[in-house]
Design a protein around this ligand. Sequence first.
Ligand code: ADP
Ligand code: MG
Length: 234
Amino acid sequence: MGLVMAENITKEYHSGEVTVRALKGASFNIEPGSFVSFVGPSGSGKTTLLNLIGCLDKLSAGRLLVAGMDVSSFGKKDSAIFRGKNIGFIFQDFNLIPVLTVFENIEYPLLMVQNASPGDRKKRVMSLLDAVGMAEQKDKYPDQISGGQKQRVAVARALVTNPKLVLADEPTANLDHKTAYMVIELMKKMRDDFQTTFIFSTHDQKIVGEAEILYMMEDGELVGKQMKGGEEHV
Ligand code: ADP
Ligand code: MG
């Protein structure tokens, strides 16, 4: 069974008299362990789609299953619990907490959602620090490390609770090309090492080739699907 199964999902935003159809009926199926990208220009609906998968927003219509759960039926509290257990997030602007060290930033989700002892937390954080190559920087604060290093910390933070799925909305938009490429490679290595499914969005043509499955978005619609080594249309 797919880890994410979407049937004709739509999202409309209403503000006053105006309705914006941000997502116009998308259907797709993402298998566990995939490395998937949604690519499209600004305004094509990438963030809307990732927010639905991440249970940060509600569908207007359609059906969406994540890890076997029908997330469209969730209330706010269910969504929060589900996210804490199943989903890690990586953001365009890193979203590290400036007053916490690298170590403490990665530890933070463990304090929020899991009842681990300080010893277990330390072990877990140290293994993630090693995995992303940031162990030596563990006592630094976010403003003492580079953008690429911040995103490495964010990758570790997203993985620390051992989620089934990591969602990354334009994770490389604030990075130069070489650093962007390294962050995508790191995400792929984490997928290989931990079998975590990664879904990221981008409008950067230079890194889309790194995805194994690529969904093209335009104006709220999925307009194509490319797999490494072949092409098909949705
Ligand atoms: P992308 O991430 O690809 O840039 P978005 O998902 O952010 O695209 O936006 C898709 C469309 O939905 C755009 O037309 C955008 O203006 C609109 N939109 C996004 N969020 C809102 C909102 N909260 N209220 C109204 N319109 C929105
Ligand atoms: Mg966006």
